[in-house]
Ligand binder design. Structure first.
Ligand code: NAD
Length: 498
């Protein structure tokens, strides 16, 4: 059986006390084993990073940017191969796998502009003969711990900016679909990134804990579920690191009575069921405002959901493929049963879905619930599957309150033709990323990505200038060149600029 090994110091490296199963979600079969690393593998990656980072940091930013340009070219050249690899482990359809890679590449495009971004600030004549300038310096060695659902985009969110800023970087990908980050590291090497600057170590909690405790790793970026994000944040900060930890989500889509319902249904189909709902920016909760809006929306949603095509991830006609593992499929189906038990109305039932010829695949049919209420566990928790819940709101105020009071605050959307309502909503809602007639409001790479409340711990977002801030430290220099040299005076009071 194929073994997926670590990528350390520019090459493949075996090692680890255990192995994990990597499934083909289409067939339900184990297709490879991944080495689950230990402290020993991490030490090798850290040693390689320590050796390589000073020269990489001293490489001028334009040259570092050239590696990014070249890497982008190589990923584009290898797009088909990467998308198939990604899809074969994750289960998302090929077109969506390409989107996953493309969104990551957009961060690389941002990183190509690093010479401009790192210019720093300068004040000439802050005092007599005194100039002040600030520079952004790399933090040293950074690490990224990533989830299964975006195996290309999220490692690239982190590594693209961290590397461009002059850091060495260690990726610990999800053990459920670990191959793409290794391929990306190989392509970085081909693009000219010196060996040791980027490593990929595989593993589970044991490796995560080793990263969090390692004294030479200065900063950790995590994306995954909220309980683990919180744990990572606390343990990393306790070890003296800079930590940003993005967590789970339960994004709401508010539908105002004046919205174009045909467009809303199209948007919801993609946003709730695309990638089998395994997106932190999926839209699993729809909030029609007013009973009449709810009834009209429900009527249009049912046939649209029933028409969705679930297929193997290589089926070009499929709207979505299998979920990632059998355990995840069982978890989603348990939530569906819980929804029924809690008193929600099951309108379309996706349980027990079997795809002919792929009966053992991890498929879940599209599911719709109506009359979901805020006291239900299935409303409070993230399901992370192809399940859409209708929560009816009586008016705009109630609709703003729902996502605002929810424990998660990643994304939210409003569908309306009323500019005032949209503007009010965007200003007042207690959520980090807002879409106005945009169902999946993932910000472009040169803005920043990050939720609020239990969707993110730490105060710095991913990519854009927030990413640059996270992966650098600012140093401010105050310099004085008195005319004719030292003036021989001493200052015993705190110096001011007069
Ligand atoms: P997960 O929390 O199970 O795993 C994320 C990472 O944590 C993996 O690398 C995993 O190996 C590691 N991990 C797992 N258990 C651990 C433990 N007990 N201790 C330490 N580390 C552990 O998440 P997932 O299932 O891979 O991804 C889906 C989750 O990620 C969803 O909750 C989704 O909303 C969230 N997500 C959030 C964002 C965001 O930006 N907010 C983006 C994508 C995904």
């Amino acid at each position: 059986m194929r073994i997926i090994d670590h990528f350390i110091a520019g090459g493949s490296a075996s090692g680890g006390s255990r192995q994990g199963d990597v499934f083909d979600p289409n067939s339900g079969q184990v297709q490879a084993k991944v080495s689950l690393g230990t402290q020993a593998e991490l030490e090798k990656a850290v040693a390689a990073a320590r050796a390589a980072q000073p020269a990489w940091a001293a490489t001028n930013p334009q040259r570092r940017a050239r590696v990014m340009f070249k890497f982008k070219e190589l990923v584009e050249k290898n797009m088909d191969e990467l998308a198939h690899l990604l899809s074969s482990e994750h289960g998302k359809v090929i077109a969506d796998a390409k989107g996953d890679i493309q969104r990551g590449l957009e961060v690389i495009e941002f990183a190509c502009g690093i010479p401009h971004v790192l210019k720093g600030e300068y004040t000439q004549g802050a005092g007599p003969g005194i100039d002040v300038w600030s520079m952004r310096q790399p933090i040293g060695i950074g690490a990224g711990i990533t989830p299964f659902n975006f195996p290309a985009m999220i490692p690239l969110w982190m590594s693209g900016v961290a590397l461009a800023c002059g850091n060495a970087f260690i990726i610990k990908p999800s053990e459920r679909d670990p191959s793409v980050p290794v391929r990306l590291a190989e392509l970085f090497k081909e693009a000219g990134l010196p060996d040791g600057v980027l490593s990929v170590v595989h593993g589970d909690k044991e490796m995560v804990d080793a990263i969090l405790d390692h004294p030479d790793i200065a900063a950790v970026s995590f994306v995954g579920s909220s309980d683990i994000a919180h744990y990572v944040y606390q343990r990393g900060v306790a070890a003296g690191k800079r930590v940003q930890a993005m967590g789970g989500a339960k994004n709401h889509g508010i539908v105002m009575p004046d919205a174009d319902l045909d467009q809303v249904v199209n948007d919801l189909a993609g946003a709730a069921f695309g990638s089998a709902g395994e997106r932190c920016m999926a839209l699993p909760v729809v909030v029609p405002v007013g009973e009449d809006t709810a009834d009209r929306l429900r009527q249009k949603l049912i046939p649209a959901i029933e028409a969705l095509r679930v297929g193997v991830s290589t089926d070009a006609e499929a709207h979505y493929g299998p979920v990632v593992t059998a355990a995840h499929k069982a978890k989603i189906e348990n939530y569906i049963q819980m929804g029924i038990d809690e008193g929600a109305e099951l309108v379309v039932d996706g349980r027990g879905f079997k795809l002919q010829g792929h009966e053992e695949g991890f498929f879940v049919g599209p599911t719709l619930f109506d009359r979901v209420t805020t006291d239900m566990t299935t409303y409070k928790e993230e399901i992370f599957g192809p399940v859409l819940q209708i929560v009816r709101a009586k008016d705009f105020e109630e609709a703003v309150a729902l996502p605002s009071k929810h424990q998660y605050g990643n994304g939210v959307a409003i569908f309306t033709r009323n500019g005032h309502a949209a503007r009010e909503f965007a200003a007042r809602v207690n959520v980090g990323m807002v879409g106005v007639n945009v169902p999946i409001p993932v910000p472009v790479a040169y803005h920043t990505f990050g939720g609020w409340k239990r969707s993110a711990f730490g105060d710095t977002n991913q990519h854009g200038m927030e990413g640059v801030k996270f992966w650098t430290r600012i140093k401010t220099v105050t310099g004085r060149w008195p005319d004719g040299g030292a003036d021989g005076s001493s200052a015993f009071v705190i110096p001011t600029m007069g």
